[in-house]
Design a protein around this ligand. Sequence first.
Ligand SMILES: Cc1cc2nc3c(=O)[nH]c(=O)nc-3n(C[C@H](O)[C@H](O)[C@H](O)COP(=O)(O)OP(=O)(O)OC[C@H]3O[C@@H](n4cnc5c(N)ncnc54)[C@H](O)[C@@H]3O)c2cc1C
Length: 694
Amino acid sequence: MADFIVLVKQVPDVKQITDNAFDPQTGTLIRTRLPSVINELDTNALAFANYMKRISADKEGKIIVLTMGPPMAEDVLRYCLGRCADIAVLLTDKALGGADTFATANPLAFAVRKIVKQILNSTGDYYIVTGMQSLDGDTAQVPAQIAEELSLPCIAYATNAEFKNNRFELTRIISGGNQLVAAKSTPAVITVAKYEYPVFAAFAQARRANALQIIQWSADDIGAPHIGVAGSKTRVIRVFPPGKSKRSCQRMEDVKKLARTLAQSLKEDSQQSAQDKQTADRYVISKKRKVFYDRSFESTDSEIEDFKILADKLKQLGIERIEQIDEYTKKQILDTAGEHFHINALEDMLTGLESTDSSYQGEVWVVAEHHNNKIHPATFELIGKARSLADSLETKVGVCLPGDSVKPMADDLIAAGADNIYVVADKLLAAFDPAVFRKAVADCVKKHQPQIVLFAATPRMRMLAPMVSYRLRCGLTADCTGLDIRDSTRKGQIGILLQTRPALGGNVMATICTKDSKSQMATARPGVMKSLTPDPSRKGKIIEHSLDLSADDMSLEILKTEHSTGRVDFAADIIVSGGKGMQNRDNYESLVGSLCQTLTEKLKVKVERGASRAAVERGFIDRVHQVGQTGTSVGPKIYIALGISGAIQHMIGIANSKTIIAVNRDPVAPIFKNCDYYIVGNVEEIIPKLIQNL
Ligand SMILES: Cc1cc2nc3c(=O)[nH]c(=O)nc-3n(C[C@H](O)[C@H](O)[C@H](O)COP(=O)(O)OP(=O)(O)OC[C@H]3O[C@@H](n4cnc5c(N)ncnc54)[C@H](O)[C@@H]3O)c2cc1C
């Protein structure tokens, strides 16, 4: 009998975020200004578990919902009990608060162990079902880390299940297609990317839900070793509002003007994409700085300011070496700069100044991703970034290249800027099984101890990175859009990696650093970092890393892989994408099709069709045309989005486009806040007019 443990989370309702929901000083979200709701993808997970139960052999399994949060998180458990859950467990304790994903996965895994022992009588036939990611954190790390803690197979991005041959076979999304897989053993973790058949609250069930008692456990009850802020492997340095979109977001009323602008944008091809404008403020290692108190590379502006004031004082006092600072010097500093910092802060700063060596040693690494013997473009982007980080830190760029017969790809990695290629080759790495890959990569990282390990935030790597980092007890920051080397001198941390990422659906930005870890790890958003122009004359070293892998390491049986058969040329100058707003396949075909044809004929450029995931799932066009997080990242001269709302997972994939033009009938469609030109209107009216004017 299969039982189901569904993990749910209470999140602020980011769809209702208003400008006054943020503290204007700190940019942080004032939680009380927003209603809390159940994370949407977790409702999908609940419905998915219910569906799995219904199609299972005996249909008798229990559905147990588990959440970790404040006492008010009981609401989401009642929501689940009112639908199809049988039992609810609330893990609540102040000591669990402020946790990062590592210190969230750890207690949740321990709570699962306790559920299995005490409620499921130690059965081995259960599934942990979760939403792929939560709307607030958006990291997608916790489910994979729970799988790692419990040594379970993890099937990510599931969209459907069938019960066949006395087991569950799951359909899941992979880049450019679908895959049918089965876990080689149970229990297993399943993360749901989408399931559109919600369970509604029935009257009788809802009444029962209110009467049911929720099991409440504290941190002591589960005995997890890594909890709360203390158990976390990352630390938030600052939270700030995202800068206004660097795109012009210009509304156009006149289709004729839009047609003209479109043609002009193509000619100009000038504006760098918004993401291009990353600052290249190169870090200098502290030993190379002229004076010991030069601390111009602190993590926050206020720290830079404080150290500037301190530097001025030390200069005025003629101090040239740290040993010259005595109690009298400190008094002199405080007498004149006392309004800026307190004695304790001064002591911390002076102690920090004694640290000159980097807090981390070793190379800067990228874990390579490849499909069909071709390196994924996001790997080259990361090598570009790794090169500049490594040059700042005066170290080398290493690439971990796991797979079967992957050595021939090493030259491309060296040409892209890498120095050392760590090849982990094994037949068992021919197809992507997260359990085998994480063993291979973790073993290689453990042996060579790089100080930084970067993964692309692609579906595959967002699964692999949390497993590797959890296994090695290292911090991991998801989906970074900024990576810089800085100091946190006051905390004695020198040459650390600052990892900046959007959170709360892109409504805030957070800068995070790693703590209590041997390596600093991050996944970085594809399309944001810049690859270098390949230099085939570059020389590098290939280092073979061998390890024992056996069939027992495999966690999945891959039953069928369907890659879209269609061919697509996303290197085109213009991509015209249709979304759910195209309504149906015929509309997509006639509107997107005819606009593509007109653009090709009139502007004499290459034009390709794209689509949102919603459009692909409705069968408007083949999956190979999907743009976005689980599709392809594109960077054409002009991206035209028709009837696409602008969900973050879509926008990630078009960030590198030089000009973005959007047509949407909703005047407050999110895409309008992140495009260059837009028209509010119905695609059925606007597109024929645009074609006419072109
Ligand atoms: C883990 C994960 C990965 C994902 N990966 C991707 C991905 O790779 N790519 C992707 O695109 N999505 C992805 N998604 C899904 C994403 O969250 C959105 O659901 C999806 O992008 C929405 O597609 P859409 O904009 O076409 O549909 P909707 O969000 O439904 O928007 C349709 C838009 O059309 C407009 N509209 C309707 N009718 C008309 C009309 N007649 N004329 C003009 N406008 C009209 C509406 O105003 C609306 O704004 C992912 C989600 C998850 C959870």
